[in-house]
Design a protein. Structure first.
Lengths: 438, 250
């Protein structure tokens, strides 16, 4: 049985465990129909030209883990940014771990999607926000919607800010030979609210894992949302991350994606600007080696006047790794005075690494500033010589230059401990220990 | 100390150096002058070990050791320092962290431990005062957004920190106003000693008013066509390079 058929038949089993009278279930039923019609995307589709899901579809994934697993905090501590106090929402093989988590209802809701989807006190919010910005026809998103049940639910009411940042950690234990995870997150920052979220997916063994994640983020008027994605998984774990963001007047949403690992990673990051004077910030650092593959597909849809977007993605590709950056910007006719900036710079440090980068601009307004640029190159020989001439060995000099190349993307990281952590991950990924703390 | 014998060097099969002979002894300052395109900067880069250039013939040795097989960093470890005409910007790495790394890498190569932090700080304070460098400057990203003068001053600061046996200053005077030139030259002069040597590469005589050389060599079309004392620099200032070009043809 191929994966699509397996999923379709699993949906029947899934239905036997959920409340079919819940209005959410109509959304799920609609979604599974859409998925059935579309199936998995193929390389024939323009958006999937450079990323193939063929081999993934041949894996016999468990859709529902058979047994529950527990983990000790000391064994997974390193996957948290543990230097700071945070709320934590932790899932083990897709199942919530209350033991490892720290949630709250103190003025804000930092809790579980399963509760939000089923309990009456969340009904109103779910009615307004659930599946409202996520695509109704993108096949992997619809697949997630069909099985949507668990994930993080974060609701920040007007003028509120959680006392500390929130970490979402998805762990896979390897208890199943191959596991499919489909977390569904909802993040809502109401008017003038603010929230910071760090998200990570981590497989703990060499068993196959596929995560098909959907996150919806809503930023109301004057809200500020910072979302950090730390992708540094093992080489048998693949991630399809579908993130949809809806912004209202004066809101600021920053999404940082640190793509350092995993077998196949696809980031579909979609910003919809539904107000004026909005700022959308998309930043990425990608450092790959071996046969790793990362595909960043971004979309910024400017639908109202006087808004800005800033995209800055840096990539370093070694060994036989492959990278894709596809940045689409749509500026509607009404969206005058839009300022859209997009930059994608890549360095290839191996003859066998490849990167495909493509800006895609659809501009219908006439009074806009849109700038975009992409580069693919090697490390600057002159700069390398400069460092070597100061006694720094070639390998360290290369690492220092790569660090410098990726560095400015980190400037907008607003959690210092996270920035330090990312700097260490970068140094680690580049395989060097430098004479100072990066 | 430095001995260059019949040095021929090319880049992508284009011959640039066509038989250079030069001997530099401890305590000496040599100026290498010449028109644009004569090979001055190439000579500096070849001594420092830039891989783009291919040495076709001849040799360079430092204290009797042939440099040919040595990578740029190994030459630095042996005491060669080159001040760049166009220093490279390294965002995210402060001047202090950079110089610490450079110094400790050289120490590591000599089998020494890292320099203790307090000693390093003391050295940084001493040398930055010498070059009238503000403390705030040291925490800025290396060369990023520096003015031409700041870049050059920073180069000489690095030289002061690394205390090289042989320093090569490649067009250190270009882009400097007179005040910056004086500070830089003053810094260089304080680093002159009986055990180290300096090669000053310049197009103009101006810098040599401040850093007075023991010897002046004129480079033309990849060869040293004339050598003399500091008076030669004045003569060049007066007459330009054309008379030498003619002499070289003859």
């Amino acid at each position: 049985m191929d994966l699509k058929d397996k999923l379709l038949s699993s949906f029947l089993a899934f239905e036997s465990n959920v409340d079919l009278d819940n209005p959410v279930h109509e959304v799920r039923s609609e979604a599974i129909k859409n998925f059935e019609n579309r199936g998995f995307p193929s390389k024939k589709e323009e958006a999937w030209k450079y990323t193939s899901l063929n081999s993934i579809q041949k894996v016999d994934f468990s859709i529902f883990p058979k047994k529950e697993s527990t983990l000790e905090y000391k064994d997974i501590k390193k996957y948290f940014v543990h230097e700071i106090d945070t709320y934590k929402i932790v899932f083990i093989d897709g199942v919530y771990s209350s033991y490892l988590s720290e949630t709250t209802h103190d003025g804000v809701d930092v809790c579980l999607m399963s509760a939000a989807l089923t309990k009456p006190q969340y009904r109103q919010v779910i009615d307004v926000y659930f599946n409202k910005v996520a695509s109704k026809d993108e096949s992997l998103t619809t697949l997630n919607t069909a099985f949507s049940k668990e994930g993080a639910y974060i609701y920040i009411p007007k003028n509120k800010m959680p006392k500390k940042p929130i970490q979402i950690l998805h762990l896979a234990t390897g208890n199943e030979a191959a596991l499919l995870l489909q977390p569904r997150n909802l993040v809502i920052a109401e008017e003038n609210a603010e929230v910071q979220v760090i998200e990570r997916h981590q497989s703990l063994t060499g068993n196959e894992v596929l995560t098909n994640s959907v996150t919806e983020i809503f930023a109301a008027k004057d809200a500020i949302v910072d979302y950090y994605k730390v992708q540094n998984d093992v080489n048998t774990a693949s991630l399809i991350d579908n993130t949809y963001i809806s912004q209202k007047d004066n809101s600021v949403v920053r999404v940082h994606t640190f793509a350092f690992g995993g077998k196949l990673t696809r980031n579909n990051l979609n910003f919809y600007q539904n107000g004026e004077r909005i700022d959308s910030i998309l930043k990425g650092v990608t450092i790959l080696g071996e046969k790793q593959h990362v595909d960043h597909h971004t979309l910024v849809h400017h639908a109202q006047p006087n808004c800005e977007s800033h995209q800055d993605y840096k990539g370093i590709f070694g060994e036989q790794s492959t990278g894709v950056f596809n940045g689409k910007i749509i500026v509607d006719k009404i969206a005058q005075k839009t300022n859209a900036f997009q930059q994608n710079n890549n360095v290839l440090i191996s003859d066998k690494a490849t990167v495909n980068t493509k800006p895609q601009l659809e501009i219908f307004a006439d009074d806009v500033k849109c700038s975009h640029g992409c580069t693919v190159g090697q490390l600057d020989e002159e700069a390398l010589f400069y460092l070597q001439s100061r006694g720094i060995p070639k390998r360290e000099a290369q690492a220092l230059l790569m660090y410098a190349f990726a560095n400015n993307v980190l400037e907008s990281v607003r959690i210092p401990e996270l920035k330090t952590r990312i700097n260490k991950l970068i140094a680690n990924k580049l395989g060097v220990s430098l004479g100072f703390d990066l | 100390m430095l001995e260059i014998k019949d040095l021929h060097a090319s880049i992508e099969d284009k011959k640039i150096l066509k038989g250079i002979n030069l001997e530099v002894n401890p305590g000496e300052v040599h100026a290498i002058m010449g028109p644009n395109g004569s090979g001055k900067s190439t000579l500096a880069s070849v001594i420092a070990g830039k891989e783009e250039f291919e040495v076709k013939k001849g040799s360079i040795s430092l204290d009797g050791e042939d440099l040919e097989e040595l990578a740029p960093e190994e030459r630095a470890h042996n005491g060669i320092f080159m001040s760049f005409q166009y220093p490279v910007e390294i965002p995210g790495v402060s001047v202090t962290n950079f110089i610490k790394t450079a110094i400790n890498e050289s120490r590591k190569a000599r089998g020494l431990e890292d320099m203790p932090a307090n000693e390093m700080l003391k050295l940084i304070r001493e040398k930055s005062e010498l070059l009238e460098i503000d403390r705030k400057f040291l925490s800025r990203s290396l060369n990023e957004g520096f003015s031409g003068g700041e870049k050059k001053r920073n180069e000489i600061f690095q030289m002061a920190m690394m205390e090289p046996k042989l320093a090569i200053l490649d067009e250190t005077d270009s882009g400097l106003d007179i005040d910056a030139l004086r500070i830089v030259a003053n810094g260089v002069n304080k680093l002159r000693g009986k055990d180290n040597a300096i090669i000053v590469i310049t197009h103009y005589q101006r810098l040599l008013e401040y850093i007075v050389p023991d010897y002046v060599h004129v480079l033309h079309d990849g060869k040293i066509v004339k050598s003399g004392t500091k008076e030669l620099a004045l003569e060049l200032e007066e007459k330009g390079y054309d008379w030498l070009k003619q002499e070289a043809v003859l």
